[in-house]
Design a protein around this ligand. Structure first.
Ligand SMILES: Nc1nc2c([nH]c(=O)n2[C@H]2C[C@H](O)[C@@H](COP(=O)(O)OP(=O)(O)OP(=O)(O)O)O2)c(=O)[nH]1
Ligand SMILES: [Mg+2]
Length: 148
């Protein structure tokens, strides 16, 4: 898939673009740092840093998608009760519109490991803007900076 292609599993909300639903998580550690992961080679937007997460699959709630993605991508266990809705991104890329709720999570079981070969990094929220992230994430980073 190139950066501009639309992923599978979209819904048609607007008239112009297919919409993809993605759930993302900002894990916050005891020192107030947030976890970001680098999109691996071969995926769209490879090399950019992101909040872990992924597409919400048919029949899933966003929280269920995050519990699954946290295990698949980071090998950690989280529960729905530890996920706080925080903000969302609504951003039109060239070929699709992204609707992405971002949840905060301060409690999980296990040690974070990049399970898909992706680099992971704990960064101070004040330094998040020094990592290149997808354009949809800009307002989320600003919200995190304002909030913390
Ligand atoms: N997880 C995540 N995705 C983001 C962020 N910002 C952003 O534009 N995206 C986009 C990139 C992708 O087009 C889409 C997420 O798709 P993905 O490739 O991570 O989906 P997935 O984890 O389900 O991966 P796969 O099963 O398709 O390999 O959302 C972000 O901060 N986190
Ligand atoms: Mg993903």
């Amino acid at each position: 898939m190139t950066d501009l292609d639309c992923p599978e599993g979209y819904v048609t909300l607007g008239k112009q673009l297919p919409t993809i639903l993605v759930a993302a998580i900002a894990l916050i550690d005891v020192d107030g740092r947030v976890l970001i992961a680098q999109r691996p080679e071969g995926k769209s937007m490879a090399g950019l840093w992101e909040f872990p997460g992924g597409k919400i699959e048919e029949g899933e709630l966003p929280e269920e998608a995050l519990i699954r993605e946290a295990k698949e991508e980071l090998n950690i266990d989280i529960t729905a009760s530890c996920l706080s809705p925080f903000a969302f991104a609504s951003h039109s890329y060239e070929k699709f519109h992204l609707l992405m709720p971002l949840y905060l999570c301060r409690k999980w079981d296990g040690l974070v490991q990049g399970m898909e070969g992706q680099a992971t990094k704990w960064v101070k929220i004040s330094e998040l803007n020094t990592y290149p992230m997808p354009p949809a994430d800009d307002p989320l980073v600003a919200m995190l900076r304002d909030f913390f």
